[in-house]
Design a protein around this ligand. Structure first.
Ligand code: RIB
Ligand code: CA
Length: 307
């Protein structure tokens, strides 16, 4: 069993990652922290609470709101991908979520959990790294006591999805990514190189729904429509990339990935903002995923969420 905290910018694939984490017996989800990214942090927090409520997560599962913008830059969101509400523009029919909101700020809660669990704790981050960077800057010694960080982010040998060279989470807050990747903490980076191989097709959702359905699965099929439409327009895919759920699977079963220890440099200049350059380095605490058993990751996700 692995103790985790999820740091999310709930958007569509973050919501799928939350559902996967809740339905994975290998994981104990201690808390969720939210950060601005796909949408404003208020919206990401509302979406996170809505997903937890519909999934009937225990009310004691703490949700703490975090950074409203990157460390040094104005916020860039992704409404064209996730909808202006962050969940495919379907949340309007749902009443405001009742899942409790914790009083503390996200980086406070991250540091509190690291103090409580230390090396037992894994931070799974699927948004810009702003909350993690704030925690590292405020209490570097404490931050370094965390067991591991697993971060969805970066584009190494593939084209970026936000600029030709940059992946969204790193592009939005490259300074935060640079702080976290240099913090000396064990970190596994799950870049587009592998997450773009894990594709959930509309046809698979339809097939699975015939086998077994539920209100949560109906919600999944609702909030993924716009996300799939976007991918279809952009790349002809009749489905969508499971970026964030793939990071959660990297915690559940790391053996489904090939890992390369590397130093990862983050470009913060305007020309190459958010570019991640990995240089193999056997002594680095950072590892990057260079390959994945995509079929197995997809099957594990669908078996647990698509029902
Ligand atoms: O580039 C994909 C990542 O950016 C995913 O985490 C998606 O949710 C957005 O945050
Ligand atoms: Ca995300």
């Amino acid at each position: 069993m692995k103790r985790i905290v999820l740091d999310v910018d709930t958007g569509v694939d973050d919501a799928l990652a939350l559902l996967l984490a809740l339905r994975s017996p290998e994981l104990t989800l201690e808390a969720v922290t939210t950060v601005a990214g796909n949408v404003a942090v208020e919206t990401a927090t509302r979406n996170t609470r809505l997903v937890l409520e519909l999934a009937q997560a225990p009310k004691k599962l703490r949700v703490a709101k975090g950074a409203a913008q990157p460390l040094q830059r104005p916020l860039l969101t992704a409404a064209q991908v996730h909808g202006s509400d962050g969940l495919g523009n379907v949340t309007g029919v749902y009443p405001p979520p009742q899942h409790p909101l914790a009083g503390n700020e996200a980086s406070d809660l991250l540091l509190e959990l690291i103090a409580q669990y230390g090396k037992e704790l894994t931070i799974v981050a699927t948004g810009p790294m702003t909350n993690l960077a704030r925690a590292a800057q405020r209490e570097p010694e404490r931050f370094r006591q965390v067991g591991e960080i697993v971060q969805m982010g970066g584009a190494l040998q593939v084209r970026g999805n936000t600029s030709p060279v940059a992946e969204f989470n790193v592009y939005v807050d490259p300074e935060a990514a640079a702080v976290v990747l240099a913090a000396g903490v064990p970190l596994r980076l799950v870049p587009l190189d592998v997450t773009e191989q894990v594709i959930l097709l509309r046809s698979e959702l339809r097939r699975r729904a015939l086998e077994r359905d539920s209100t949560v699965f109906q919600f999944v099929r609702e909030f993924t429509v716009l996300y799939f439409d976007f991918q279809q327009r952009m790349s002809g895919l009749n489905g969508g990339y499971l970026h964030d759920p793939t990071a959660v699977v990297a915690v559940i079963d790391p053996a489904l990935f090939t890992w390369q220890p590397a130093r990862v440099e983050v470009r913060t200049d305007e020309a190459e903002r958010g570019r991640t350059v990995a240089t193999p380095a056997a002594d680095s605490p950072v590892q990057v995923a260079t390959a994945v058993d995509a079929a197995r990751v997809l099957e594990l996700f669908c078996d647990r969420v698509c029902r």
